[in-house]
Design a protein. Structure first.
Ligand SMILES: Nc1ncnc2c1ncn2[C@@H]1O[C@H](COP(=O)(O)OP(=O)(O)O)[C@@H](O)[C@H]1O
Ligand SMILES: [Mg+2]
Length: 416
């Protein structure tokens, strides 16, 4: 990476001298210099070059002097490191600058060897600072996500639990309702057999309510209610399965069940809409044994990958209007050495090489702000690598599609 240095000095020869002194590093793209001739110009240049790593500034300059510039920089960009330069006789101002958080100072006439050492030292410090900041941010996102996930998991499990009881009443009562209705219909039938010519009031009411239709429709109505209740039940089981909070230790779980639960939760996104056809999910499940894992977090990984695949397919359909039918393919198999592999592929937009290099970085997203957080894959990789001693990798071709590959041991600790 090229380090960028803003040099502020009103004496023109400095520009030429610096370019000469550092020409090798400039050519090797290790260093890049931006020049300004007073404080005002420096602030202007800084605005147009947000990637500046350090500032080297003279103190005595027209329009805005170095000390004022230092003050302003502290307000605009507190993390920017500034080295001040002034005559040895100007020690009072140098001291002032140091008291105002200048990182270091050099005296004029500039000793270029000293300048190089100072630049290296400052850039080294800036680099370290950046790395610490990056690590801090990474830890922070993990913590936030962990909190969010556990809160969400608890909420989902709670809702599923709450739904369970009322669904239980409805399912139980429906069975009784069905048998009572059958009895009443039989009785009605008997009446009709034995009293084929009822009085005119009854005759009228029969026509009014369209009795023949009711008798035919009622049993169908009940069975369709039963199907509905069964579906709610399945969703509730899936939600509980999905958010399984028994995750303080690893348990033996059926991977296919986890994938199925996740697909059920994503069902509304797979269905056809006005804008696009349904996404077909093709499954090629191998004969997997129970796998030792944390089912909740593992399902979260499936969820992240599948949701991304759906996004990629939607984007492809929006962009290209292709004839290809949108498909997600899920394959599972046992690998040699007691591993399982789960591959989830889509024929969506695919990724550029550049995106592929970064997609596991926290906060990396190519989606609109209200859509993507850029956390899904970094968390997923962390779950696979740190929690399951496994791997999560990706291969993709722009315009063709993407495949994510999960590989993990069947047993976490091998028995010897
Ligand atoms: N199946 C996929 N097809 C194409 N690009 C993908 C796919 N999965 C992930 N990506 C890319 O990786 C980026 C990071 O994904 P992720 O970490 O889940 O964050 P987010 O989905 O919030 O953007 C996405 O913004 C996208 O550019
Ligand atoms: Mg995502």
């Amino acid at each position: 990476m090229t380090a960028k240095i803003l040099v502020v000095d009103d004496e023109l020869p400095i520009e030429r001298l610096i370019c000469q002194q550092f020409r090798k590093k400039i050519r090797a793209k290790e260093l890049e210099f931006v020049f300004a001739h007073n404080g005002v110009e420096a602030l202007d240049k800084l605005q147009n070059n947000p990637q500046i790593d350090m500032v080297l500034t003279d103190i005595n300059m027209p329009e805005m002097d170095g000390l004022t510039l230092l003050e302003k920089l502290k307000e605009i960009e507190p993390s920017l490191k500034t080295v001040v330069v002034s005559a040895y006789s100007d020690m009072a101002n140098i001291r002032k600058a140091m008291n105002h958080d200048a990182f270091d100072f050099l005296t004029k006439p500039i000793d270029f060897q000293d300048l190089e050492v100072t630049i290296n030292r400052t850039l080294g410090y800036v680099q370290e600072l950046k790395e610490t900041q990056r690590q801090f941010q990474q830890v922070q996102t993990r913590l936030i996500q962990k909190e969010k996930m556990s809160a969400l998991g608890q909420l989902v499990a709670g809702v599923a639990h709450e739904i369970n009881n009322p669904v239980g009443f409805i399912a139980g009562n429906l069975t009784h309702a069905q048998s009572y209705i059958n009895d009443i219909l039989n009785l009605l039938h008997l009446y009709q057999q034995h009293y084929p010519n009822p009085v005119s009031d009854i005759q009228e009411e029969i026509e009014q309510i369209d009795l023949d239709y009711l008798v035919e429709d009622l049993p169908q109505l009940i069975s369709s209610m039963k199907v509905g209740v069964e579906r709610i039940n399945q969703i509730s089981v899936s939600l509980r399965n999905f958010s399984r909070s028994d995750t303080s230790s690893k348990v033996l779980a059926n991977i296919h069940e986890g994938i199925e639960s996740t697909l059920l939760i994503l069902r509304h996104r797979l269905k056809a809409s006005a804008a696009r056809p349904a996404i077909e999910v093709v499954k090629d499940y191998g004969d997997l044994p129970q796998v030792e894992c944390y089912p909740g977090p593992l399902n979260q990984v499936f969820m992240n990958i599948l949701a991304n695949a759906i996004d990629a397919l939607e984007e492809a359909m929006l962009k290209e209007k292709t004839e290809r039918s949108p498909t997600i393919k899920i394959c599972t198999e046992v690998l040699e050495g007691d591993f399982v592999e789960i591959r989830i592929a889509d024929n969506g937009v695919g990724m550029t090489e550049d995106v592929q290099k970064q997609l596991f970085e926290p906060m990396f997203t190519t989606k609109a702000t209200n859509k993507g957080t850029g956390l899904g894959l970094s968390i997923s990789r962390q779950i696979m690598v740190e929690k399951h001693k496994g791997q999560l990798t990706c291969s993709s071709k722009l315009g063709w599609g993407t495949e994510f590959i999960i590989k993990m041991p069947i047993r976490q600790i091998k028995k010897v």
